[in-house]
Design a protein around this ligand. Structure first.
Ligand SMILES: *Cc1c(COP(=O)(O)O)cnc(C)c1O
Length: 242
C-alpha cells in the first residue's frame, strides 16, 4: 500500500469502529431504559485482545477510553506503543500466572481476574509506589464450572478481607464470565446470585462499586442484573481470527 492508501484504510477503519462503538452505546442505553437505570452507570470496556494497536488508537479517537486485554505480553506491547494517549485506561481480564504478575502490576490500571491471595499479594508488592493503587476485581465462578477460573460465592468474603489489607490494591468489586450456552433461566439464576454477592460486598466495603459482567452476546441481561461494566470485544472490533 502507498502512504495515502494506508491513510484511507485507517480512516475507514476509524469510521467503522466509531459506528460500532455508537451501536454498543445505543444497546447499553436501551438495556438501561428497560430497567430504569441511567446509562452513565455502565462503563464500556472495549476488549481489544488480538486486535492491533491501530484499532485501539482509532477507538480512542472515537472517544473510547477503557480497554481490556487477556494476554500479558500482547497487552504490555500495546500499552507501550500507545503510551502517548492521555487518559487511556488498561484492564487485564485474562488468567494470570504468578510469574507474570509484575507486568500487570507495572503496566495496567485494573485487574479483573484475581482469584487467590498469592496473586493479590504479588500485585501489591510489585505495584510501583508512584502509581495509583491497582484497581481489583475478584473473579467469581458463578456457574461452578470445573474448567473455569474464579472463586466460589462462599470464598468471596474471606478473599475480599485479605485484599482490603493490601494498600497498593483497591478492591472495586466482582467479575464473572458466565457459562456459554446456558438457558435464559439458568443465566438469570446465576446473574442473580452474583448480583446478591455484589450487594453484600458493597455493604462491607465503601470502595466497591463495580460489577464486571456482560459481553457482546449477553449485554442486556447483564445490565438488567446490575452490571456496571460490560466487556465488549466482537461487537466493536469484529470477529477474532487468532
Ligand atoms: C474475550 C473476552 C470478552 C469479550 O467477548 P466478546 O464476546 O468478544 O464481546 C469479555 N470478557 C473476557 C474475559 C474475554 O476474555
Amino acid at each position: 500500500m502507498t502512504i495515502s492508501e494506508n491513510d484511507d484504510a485507517q480512516a475507514s477503519r476509524q469510521q467503522q469502529l466509531q459506528r460500532a462503538i455508537e451501536g454498543v452505546h445505543a444497546d447499553i442505553q436501551k438495556a438501561c431504559s428497560a430497567v430504569g437505570r441511567d446509562a452513565s452507570s455502565v462503563c464500556l470496556l472495549a476488549v481489544s485482545k488480538t486486535k492491533p494497536a491501530s484499532d485501539i488508537a482509532a477507538a480512542y479517537q472515537a472517544g473510547q477510553r477503557h480497554f481490556g486485554e487477556n494476554y500479558v505480553q500482547e497487552g504490555v506491547e500495546k500499552i507501550t506503543q500507545l503510551a502517548h494517549l492521555a487518559g487511556i485506561s488498561w484492564h487485564f481480564i485474562g488468567p494470570l500466572q504468578s510469574n507474570k504478575t509484575k507486568d500487570v502490576a507495572t503496566h495496567f490500571d485494573w485487574m479483573h481476574s484475581v482469584e487467590r491471595l498469592k496473586i493479590a499479594q504479588r500485585l501489591h508488592q510489585q505495584r510501583p509506589l508512584d502509581e495509583a493503587p491497582l484497581q481489583i476485581l475478584i473473579q467469581v465462578n458463578i456457574d461452578d464450572e470445573a474448567s473455569k477460573a474464579g472463586v466460589s460465592l462462599s470464598e468471596i468474603a474471606p478473599l475480599a478481607q485479605q485484599i482490603q489489607q493490601l494498600d497498593r490494591l483497591c478492591l472495586r468489586g466482582l467479575m464473572a464470565i458466565p457459562q456459554a450456552g446456558a438457558s435464559a433461566e439458568q443465566q438469570a439464576q446465576s446473574f442473580t446470585r452474583l448480583a446478591d454477592a455484589f450487594k453484600q460486598l458493597q455493604h462491607s466495603y465503601s470502595s466497591v462499586d463495580t460489577l464486571s459482567l456482560g459481553m457482546s452476546s449477553d449485554l442486556a441481561a447483564a445490565i438488567e442484573h446490575g452490571s456496571t461494566m460490560v466487556r465488549i470485544g466482537t461487537a466493536i472490533f469484529g470477529q477474532r481470527h487468532a
